[in-house]
Design a protein around this ligand. Structure first.
Ligand code: KIV
Ligand code: ZN
Length: 527
């Protein structure tokens, strides 16, 4: 259901979707992605049809630089942006990183609120104005598309904000971004601020006004939409709303609010391929290890589930009684694409194509084998199951440690024993342990086999689809010394999914420290 508008309404205007999942989103605690995972997310964002991909912060680390450069070399069909503080070193590094892009953008920023000037930057307002002029001009000497942000804009004195943005326009900025860095603003204030900027800046119509909100008070989406209503034409968002602290504005919420209630926003529309929302959400959640809460709007497992009898009755009579959006429109149709153990390879390939999942031929064979095993245990294999299998298979391929076999048995009083055999480069390592439950015992057995001291800081289980025979997906995060590593695992048995996830996280560590020597015995109880 929508309030009557078409996708791009008459007299409507387009809102640019600037996705910062790979930059601000990756700043979510523990959400670190490998270079290959970043490329995979970038490909998914292109398929989703975002306008701009903020690929990272090139000056932050050599890894970030390489990732932005690789994305800039690969992505066609979206602008690729690199973030830079307003200084020459950062801007030059960002320019090098985005250079291979078909449509490169440098996004430079400096804080402008008095609180940041006094305590963080130790600069005067005049110093900031001078820095903005030189930085934007330098960025402009590398690329024509320059975005400038006033960090903490919503707590900045409005007249000073106008002065700073005017300097940025005069130096060649093409997008002016208004971040609510600490998630402090309200919808009314945000609208007023955008109107104020539009009324007071010279040649503002030559630029795009952008908004970038954080969700500390749970108002990021409302603030973003309010800014659009007041004339902002770019929204900075992340998939699933991941990001620093409470996160950023979530892409799927803004896109669907504009699609469903466009007239409320002056006919605004995005170019987003809405059927890719759910698959992209799953990919980001799986790769980052940041689970999507079940009641999350649009992409949460319960977003279209109707539990109350009265609702179910209404739904059976007429879907729109209780649904304002069609779940198939946002990609939940994947869960209705049903395959079984009699589905042949061709049907399976067709399902992969429909789901937009690309795999090399040998990868298709491997996932097909796993699909058949799953179909033996699960009545209906859905698109969501297949997407999860593909993503898990990619993770298994890239991992240093492989699960060969495991066993866990539970006794009276909850005590459990477990044994495990893992493999690295063709060499097996085994471990046995006891614990206060099967998962606990299995993790201890893995510790005995791997021998890397770590702290388990996050453990989350979710079902890929509803139903008793659903595959379980487990996300874990471990801390080794001061560094965090994430892993995810998939199986119809959550104990096995847990072992796979834990092993994947340790595998990441081993990849990072290839000199690690596995400490388990070379034979197991069963060999
Ligand atoms: O939240 C913020 O202020 C940012 C800027 C760098 C745009 O992420
Ligand atoms: Zn931010």
């Amino acid at each position: 259901m929508s309030d009557g508008e078409s996708n791009v309404p008459e007299n409507g205007h387009r809102v640019i979707v600037f996705d910062t999942t790979l930059r601000d989103g990756e700043q979510s605690p523990g959400a670190t992605l490998t270079a290959d995972e970043k490329l995979e997310v970038a490909d998914a964002l292109v398929a989703l049809n975002v306008d701009v991909i903020e690929a990272g912060f090139p000056a932050a680390s050599p890894g970030d630089f390489e990732a932005v450069r690789a994305i800039a070399s690969r992505v066609r069909g979206a602008t690729v942006a690199g973030l830079a503080r307003a200084n020459a070193g950062d801007i030059e590094r960002a320019a090098q990183a985005v250079k291979p892009a078909a449509s490169p953008r440098i996004h430079t920023f400096i804080a402008t609120s008095d609180i940041h000037l006094k305590h963080k930057l130790r600069m005067t307002r005049d110093d900031v104005l001078e820095r903005v002029a030189t930085s934007v001009a330098l960025a402009k000497s590398f690329v024509s598309d320059v975005e400038f942000s006033c960090e903490d804009a919503t707590r900045t004195d409005h007249d000073f904000l106008v002065k700073v943005f005017q300097v940025a326009i005069d130096a060649g900025a093409t997008t002016l971004n208004v971040p609510d860095t600490v998630g402090y603003s309200t919808p009314g204030e945000m609208a007023h601020l955008i109107e104020y900027l539009r009324a007071n800046l010279d040649r503002v119509d030559d630029c795009i006004i952008s908004v970038h909100c954080h969700d500390d008070l749970g108002m990021a989406t409302a603030n973003t939409l309010s800014a659009v209503r007041a004339g902002a034409r770019q929204v900075e968002v992340t998939m699933n709303g991941i990001g620093e602290r409470a996160g950023n504005t979530s892409l799927e919420e803004v896109v669907m609010a504009l699609a469903t209630r466009s007239r409320q926003f002056g006919g605004a529309a995005t170019r987003i391929e809405r059927s890719r929302l759910v698959p992209t959400s799953r990919l980001v959640s799986t790769l980052t290890g940041v689970a999507v809460q079940v009641n999350k709007a649009i992409v949460g497992a319960n977003a279209f589930a109707h539990e109350a009898g009265i609702h179910q009755d209404g739904m059976l009579k007429e879907r729109t009684t209780y649904e304002i959006m069609d779940p198939t429109d946002v990609g939940w149709e994947g869960t209705r694409l049903v395959l079984g153990k009699h589905s042949g390879r061709a049907g399976f390939r067709n399902a992969l194509n429909e789901l937009g999942l690309k795999l090399p031929d040998d990868g298709v064979d491997q996932v097909y084998r796993r699909f058949l095993e799953l179909a033996d245990r699960k009545k209906n294999v859905t698109g969501a199951d297949i997407a999860a299998l593909v993503s898990d298979e990619r993770a298994v391929e890239g991992s240093e440690l492989h699960l060969v076999r495991w066993n866990a048995s539970i006794g009276s009083g909850g005590s459990a024993t477990a044994s495990i055999v893992i493999e690295r480069d063709g060499i097996e390592s085994a471990g046995d342990a006891e614990g206060n439950g099967p998962v606990n015992a299995l993790f201890a057995a893995i510790d005995a086999a791997v021998g890397v001291e770590n702290e388990l800081t996050y453990y989350h289980v979710e079902a890929v689809t509803p139903g008793e025979d659903a595959q379980g997906q487990v996300h874990v995060r471990i801390k080794v010394d001061t560094e965090m590593f994430t892993g995810h695992g998939l199986a119809t048995d959550i104990v096995e999914a847990s072992a796979r996830a834990y092993l994947a996280a340790l595998g990441q560590y081993v990849r990072h420290r290839p000199d690690t020597v596995l400490m388990g015995s070379s034979t197991s109880r069963w060999s």
